[in-house]
Design a protein around this ligand. Structure first.
Ligand code: C2O
Length: 467
């Protein structure tokens, strides 16, 4: 009989189950090992943070007396503020837990792995990207992470800071520095690098009145088309991929502490969107009753329904501000080598679409359909242009296509539609009835190889979204 290897002395069967089920446990093992070596390896040791770990009674008391907390922009927190200190110490405590035991149910590694598991249909039978599950799943994840951090150090007021990346183009300094629990050595950008403004066009992402266009279409499985919301395909994906390293892969993204800073900003964008007049959330039960499993501050499985995630105050947090800064973007120019695709526009709709663009009362999207994302080995960031054949096209927006890593799961979508907002300026071209061409121009990023022919498109079209 073969002996079963043990990861460390305090791995127990209960630790392994973690509320993800037996199938999850083995998947979790596979996921943790490579990232564990990278993140909790020999260079950095988090053992010093054990001294901040709250005793169970103190942790419980912090949870019992917790009120609504205010989440702030991390760049507004001074190095010596209590808010930053709490966040750092708590992340350090979670990292130290994982260092003691890779399978600690409330260690940094196990929490990051919850995200990895929901990126593959294999464990939960759900993929939480490319559809209307995207915003709520990540909101629930941050909610549980924030409470787990607060309990870890027994501080009831701990609030997750956000990275306001449309205004702070550099990764905030608090995320840098060897030995800092908020640092991740796999990032491909340096502290002085600035994320291009067109990557973070928050105005374009907040524009749609229709939730599906903003936050994603209904979740479908198999070979049906998944339609990604603009918040996700542009603002969200561009930032992940730009940072690189752990953040640029589904499997490892949750390990980089900036994951919570970026997602918290997206959560803020959702709150801002929801607060705008005329905007409403989906009313379908299929959405409202979707349940996700996370873990509570004490390592027990915690189930949460989307219908209980629609009011942040009721969930126990608010944002210091729902304002976003949108610096002016100088429209990038098309690089001659980009591939052009003929764009389909329903001839009977041309006038209606042009009018919708001019009045701005309805929303028009350019859609790249049937991106066979599984042919893609690494994320592909591209600038999109649209124009009349043989003329210089105009810039539309910048999106990032993420590869499907399905690990053999049969229910994952190979086909994802990416949609993007068109502005009034395109009305004339669409109305003209002449041949329209769209281009995807890959953006070179530090340390990344852009794969040749990695993306296969079945079609590009222009669609009027009913509002
Ligand atoms: Cu679930 Cu930002 O990825």
């Amino acid at each position: 009989m073969k002996k079963r290897p043990r990861l460390s002395s305090d791995v127990t069967r209960r630790d392994l189950l973690l509320g993800v089920g037996a199938a999850g446990a083995s998947a979790l093992f596979g996921l943790l090992r490579p990232a564990f070596a990278e993140q909790f390896g020999t260079q950095v040791t988090w053992t010093g943070y054990e001294k901040y770990e709250a005793a169970p009674l103190k942790a419980q008391a912090a949870m019992n007396s917790r009120r609504v907390v205010t989440r702030k922009s991390i760049s507004t927190l001074s190095e010596h503020s209590d808010e930053l200190r709490m966040f750092k110490e708590a992340v350090g405590v979670l990292r130290a837990r994982s260092e003691r035991s890779a399978m600690h149910p409330n260690g940094w590694a196990a929490i990051a792995a919850q995200h990895s598991l929901y990126c593959s249909g294999a464990v939960h039978g759900l993929q939480v990207h490319w559809s209307w599950l995207f915003l709520p799943w990540h909101r629930g994840f941050l909610y549980h992470l924030e409470r787990t951090l607060a309990a870890a150090i027994g501080e009831r007021t701990l609030a997750l800071p956000y990275w306001d990346s449309s205004s702070d183009q550099m990764i905030p300094s608090h995320y840098w520095g060897e030995g800092n629990p908020l640092y991740d050595s796999t990032r491909l950008q340096r502290p002085e690098d600035r994320i291009p403004l067109d990557f973070m066009d928050v105005n374009a992402c907040l524009m749609p009145r229709d939730f599906r266009t903003f936050g994603g279409y209904p979740y479908v499985s198999g070979d049906q088309e998944m339609v990604e919301g603009v918040m996700e395909s542009a603002f969200h994906n561009n930032n992940h991929n730009w940072i690189g390293g752990n953040m640029a892969t589904f499997w490892n993204a949750g390990y980089d502490p900036i994951f919570s800073g970026h997602h918290n900003n997206i959560d803020r964008a959702w709150a801002a969107w929801a607060a705008m007049p005329g905007h409403s959330m989906p009313e379908e039960k299929a959405w409202l009753d979707t349940v996700f499993t996370y873990s509570d501050p004490f390592g027990q499985p915690a189930r949460m329904k989307i219908r209980d995630m629609l009011n942040t105050e009721a969930m126990g947090y608010r944002f210091d501000t729902l304002e976003f800064t949108q610096p002016n973007i100088t429209p990038p120019r098309l690089n001659g080598a980009a591939t052009g695709y003929a764009v389909a526009v329903d001839p009977s709709q041309r006038k209606v679409i042009a009018n919708a663009l001019r009045t701005g009362r309805e929303y028009v999207t350019l859609r790249f359909t049937r991106v066979q994302a599984n042919r893609l080995a690494v994320p592909l960031c591209a600038r999109v242009f649209l124009g009349l054949d043989k003329e210089q096209p105009d810039f539309v927006t910048t999106v990032t296509l993420l590869p499907v890593q399905n690990g053999g799961a049969a229910n994952l979508n190979e086909h994802v539609t990416v949609q993007m907002a068109l502005r009034a300026g395109f009305a004339k071209q669409i109305e003209s009835g002449k041949k329209l061409v769209a281009y995807m121009d890959p953006v070179p990023l530090r340390g990344r190889q852009i794969p040749e022919g990695a993306v296969k498109l079945d079609g590009v079209d222009v669609k009027l979204v009913a509002s």
